[in-house]
Ligand binder design. Sequence first.
Ligand SMILES: [Zn+2]
Length: 355
Amino acid sequence: MQFQGTYFDGITSAGQTAQLTADARSVCVSWSGGEQVIGTQDIRVEAALGSVPRRVSWGADDYFISEDHTALDALAQFRGDRGLSFWVSRLEANFSGVAVAVMFTLATLVLFGLYGIPRITASIAHQLPLTVSAQMAQSTMTNLTPLLQESELTESRQQQLRLYFSEHERTDVPAVDVHFRRARSFVGPNALTLSGTTVVFTDAIVELLQNDQQLLAVFLHELGHARMRHVEQTLLQSAGWAVLLTFITGDIGGVGELALTLPFAIGQSAYTREFERQADAFAVAELQRLGIDPEVFAQALEELERSHEDEFDAESVDTEHSDASREVHRRLLEYLASHPITADRIAAIRGVPSS
Ligand SMILES: [Zn+2]
């Protein structure tokens, strides 16, 4: 057998047009400047990787490269080589086999993403030191500075609420920090959990909910998110998806962007709804422990729902935050602040027998 390729002397980078001739005993590579004769059993044919040119080497610095895959496969078989590379290239040549293998791999990875990642991230999130959560909250707060400005509530009102909340918090775990901020209009009356250590109330929610027990109920809902490390879990999940997508696509550059947008895109996904349900259940259980009727929580949600409906129209004409970096901050804030208030949630709270 005989086929064309390029000879490299292993010293200079330029190759020379060459020809490879082989029989059962010897392989001869010849080019314009000379030739190499090697025993057929001493050559090694590189495994096929798509249509990438493959190397024929013989344990020296010089080598031969060819794109003639048919000839290279024949040479490998000639040599009696039926190792892994032979079967890999056979499989690669067999499209349906490849398709089945790819589908199987993708299905496995997606199942791992849907069921494995949440379990692993929940476990890691609960083991994260609180100092890490505190740093996370600090950096989010810094990022959101353009949208969350100094509160206009009086210092005494802020202190009064902090004291009121902390008096109703369990004392066997470290207390969370409560911050008050004046938020851009689109956030409206809301409360946000930044991490396991930090909760933020907007001025608007404090002004809206006149009954402090309703504010306490909202605080306990946020405390539930904080105690269960929901923000940490969400971030770890998106990191998990980023790794998984990189693994699937092999494209780190493109995937980075996708992984950043994914948690926002699936913001209303099963994870989030489950986290809301858990935080509501936490708040209801805490209210019952404190001897407060969970009805105050249902009323707070109704009050919030009404105010968000009113603001919806004003929001759509707000073009103030249209530039790109503002948009990212806005989405981050909306994501952290989004507690889908649904009739289902209110019904679930009311469905709990009051103690
Ligand atoms: Zn929530």
